[in-house]
Design a protein around this ligand. Structure first.
Ligand code: F6P
Length: 326
């Protein structure tokens, strides 16, 4: 890729919930920028650190030995100030004061909205989707999802062992905020009897109770329910299901363990590709883009347009999950 003339210094930050593979993305941004002859600055703790001037110089050695590590070496934060006009103005000033003329933001939709706000103050931004939730509408893939699904899948397999031994019903709550992607993928991968998705849930627990009783008659020894965080209330649900079915029912909330751990190959490669693509995009003189994966290809969209896009759970996979739970 040819290097553009306007960008001398590239900044990089991670924002919102961390996701496995963010370190691989940081490494790719830093090393690719250096390969293009650019200086690199790392901003610590996302937009919060930016507002406090927590900016460090980075070189090729700053990102040694991190491609395999979970979390983010730059750390991250959820920054309420960035949702205000004053905060956005301060953040844009901090970018200019640091001499950063191209900023790579790694995070989810909320982080992209912060980047869009910065762009209105003349900051040139490029975003990379990084969240375990897969809920960035413009991209088919978000860094961290594959690792999180695999982590949850391994945990659910373990719960299933004990559930079968005790012939119990088990409710396992997975993360995903208001989106059901993690729950759907776990449900399919773990062969769950019920997958409760925020996009479709009708709060009719009697249907679940009936399904459990039907499956008992069919000879099933356990009943695994994957419940999405967006529905929540797993503990209360377990008590009500136990009372209605007479079957011992336990709830397990997997929580933040889904966000940690060494990234899978898919996440390392996606992060590395998107990190390099982000730097190429800046160096080509493009402004205010989101790097996305679409039908297996990496490409880029305008941020404002990207934030207006919509994405839905794949209907076919939702329907087969029901078909197979017999
Ligand atoms: O966006 C990632 C995520 O883990 C969501 O699945 C979850 O709703 C949220 O972050 C939890 O946020 P926090 O770490 O701030 O509790």
């Amino acid at each position: 890729m040819s290097s553009g003339s306007k960008i001398n210094t590239i900044g990089v930050l991670t924002s919102g919930g961390d996701a496995p593979g963010m370190n691989a993305a940081i490494r790719a941004v830093v090393r690719s920028a250096i390969a293009h002859g650019k200086k690199v600055k790392g901003i610590k703790r996302g937009y919060s650190g930016l507002l406090k001037g927590e900016i460090i110089d980075m070189d090729a050695r700053s990102v040694s030995d991190i491609v395999q590590r979970g979390g983010t070496i730059l750390q991250t934060a959820r920054c309420v100030e960035m949702t205000t006009k004053e905060g956005q103005e301060e953040a844009a000033k901090a970018i200019k004061a640091a001499g950063i003329d191209g900023l790579v933001v790694i995070g989810g939709d909320g982080s992209f909205r912060g980047a869009l706000a910065l762009s209105t103050y003349g900051v040139n931004v490029v975003c990379i989707p990084g969240t375990i939730d897969l809920d960035v509408s413009c991209s088919d893939y978000t860094i961290g999802f594959d690792t999180a699904v695999n982590t949850a899948m391994a945990a659910i397999d373990k719960v299933r062992d004990t559930s079968t031994s005790h012939q119990r019903c088990s409710i396992i709550e997975v993360m995903g905020r208001n989106a059901g992607y993690l729950a759907l993928w776990c449900g399919l991968a773990n062969g769950a009897e019920d997958i409760l998705l925020p996009e479709f849930y009708d709060f009719d627990e009697q249907k679940i109770v009936d399904h459990i009783m039907e499956n008992r008659k069919r000879g099933k020894k356990h009943h695994i329910i994957i419940n999405a965080e967006g529905i929540g209330h797993s503990m209360g649900m377990a008590q009500r299901i136990e009372a209605a079915t007479g079957l011992e029912t336990r709830a397990t909330i997997l929580g933040h363990m889904q966000r940690g751990g060494s990234p899978t190959c898919k996440d390392r490669v996606a992060a590395t590709t998107m990190g390099c693509y982000a730097v190429d995009t800046l160096c080509q003189g493009k402004k205010n883009r989101v790097i996305v994966e679409k039908r297996g290809m990496i490409t880029d969209f305008d941020i404002e347009e990207a934030l207006q896009m919509e994405k839905e759970l794949p209907e076919y996979q939702v329907s087969i999950s029901r078909e197979l739970a017999i």
